[in-house]
Design a binder for this molecule. Structure first.
Ligand code: F0G
Length: 376
């Protein structure tokens, strides 16, 4: 962009304004946005070397509330305002509640969040409280919270902003648009964590729409006149935590467990859509152990310079697992969504690989001692 003859930076306007022609909005829509999206697609050099291909991580921790949920929440809260709602509700393992609370605050709506007691990372809990949400800790897991949230929305005047709300999926599909807009085409493989399965559903929708001559009914173009943006779609590779892997097991898990609390989910709402994404894309849904997740978490922070929360490393853990099994072809392009910021749940960085606490070095206030300690 230029002003006079001076180049000025383009200010990203949030996903609804950037992709208005591909979302169910029109000129009259009152947009609620905190400037989400436009997140970095960072080349992961060590992972690229390992698989002898091109690996990029889509760093969703750079969104306003520190996770990919903001892409969907700008749409969901915008839809809530459009419907005349005064209050919204969600069930959450933490990030959805942080996002809903922030966007509801901007829109002037009351926000109620239902979270599993004692299973939410401190950073996420503090966000919901900071934004003034009505925080209800439920004695149960995420699946139970979602059940209550759905019944609440059916029977009381509150608007549900979980990803069972199609507006959420619409917003989140913009992650796929950004990947294609940045790379020039779809990657060969897209990897990501799977919890409630909204995000794999959304990415697959986004990739499909960019590969089709697609038009938004609300904007009335003739699809036949439009050219596809991408020439292909990627294989979708989703990864659940081994202790919470219902899709892999083929049945709901009643007591899901994993250190990756964000994806501690035993009965995903978008289960069938995730299976559709896997089938239609020729991909896989597999599981990774907590050890594999924490090793990938450490790989990202110590080798790529990207700090994520544990659940966010599941896609990287999946690539490492598949690579070790000899199932990763060389010369391909991989995009891995790393879904949330490391500062949400920083305690894992302060543990050694064997689970012991990292012990910081303490020295007196003396240059020579510090130099000796640093081996200088
Ligand atoms: N990664 C993070 C950091 C998450 O917070 C979630 C989901 C996922 C991955 C999985 O995405 O559910 O679309 O398959 N968190 C939800 C929440 C459940 O309540 O914040 P999904």
């Amino acid at each position: 962009m230029t002003k006079g003859n001076v180049a000025v930076a383009h200010q990203w306007r949030g996903v609804i304004r950037e992709y208005a022609d591909r979302l169910p909005v029109d000129d009259a829509t009152q947009i609620v946005s905190l400037g989400e999206g436009g997140t970095p697609l960072v080349r992961a050099a060590a992972l690229s070397d390992l698989v002898q291909g091109e690996v990029f991580v889509k760093v969703e921790g750079m969104n306003p509330t520190g996770s990919f949920k903001d892409r969907g929440m700008t749409m969901a809260i915008t839809a809530a305002v459009e419907s005349g709602a005064k209050a919204v509700v969600c069930a959450s393992t933490g990030n959805t509640s942080a996002s809903a609370a922030a966007y509801a605050t901007q829109a002037g709506l009351t926000c109620a969040v239902l979270v599993p007691a004692g299973k939410i990372a401190m950073g996420k809990l503090s966000q919901a409280i900071a934004h003034g949400a009505e925080l209800i800790q439920v004695d149960g897991n995420f699946d139970g919270c979602l059940d209550v949230a759905r019944k609440l929305a059916e029977n009381y005047p509150v608007f549900l902003v979980n990803s069972v709300n199609p507006a959420r999926i619409e917003g989140q599909k913009t992650g796929a648009f950004e990947v294609v807009d940045t790379l020039g085409d779809a990657p060969d493989f897209h990897l990501l964590p799977v919890g409630n399965a909204g995000n794999i559903t959304a990415y697959w929708k986004g990739y499909r729409e960019y590969a089709e001559a697609w038009s938004n009914p609300r904007h009335g173009e003739d699809a036949a006149q439009l050219a596809p943006v991408a020439t292909r779609t990627p294989q979708m590779w989703g990864f659940q935590a081994a202790g919470s892997a219902p899709i892999v097991a083929g049945h709901p898990i009643t007591e899901p467990e994993t250190v990756a609390t964000a994806i501690r989910i035993g009965n995903p709402a978008s289960w069938e859509k995730a299976e559709e994404a896997r089938e239609e894309s020729g991909g896989v849904i597999d599981s990774v152990t907590d050890e594999e997740i924490l090793a990938a978490h450490r790989w990202l922070s110590s080798r790529e310079g990207v700090f994520v929360e544990p659940a966010s490393a599941a896609g990287v853990a999946g690539l490492l697992k598949k690579q070790a099994a000899g199932e990763v072809p060389t010369g391909k392009t991989f995009v891995i969504t790393v879904t949330g910021h490391g500062l949400k749940d920083p305690e894992w960085a302060l543990k050694n690989a064997d689970g012991s606490d990292v012990a910081p070095t303490k020295v007196p206030q003396d240059v020579e001692t510090v130099a000796r300690q640093l081996g200088l």
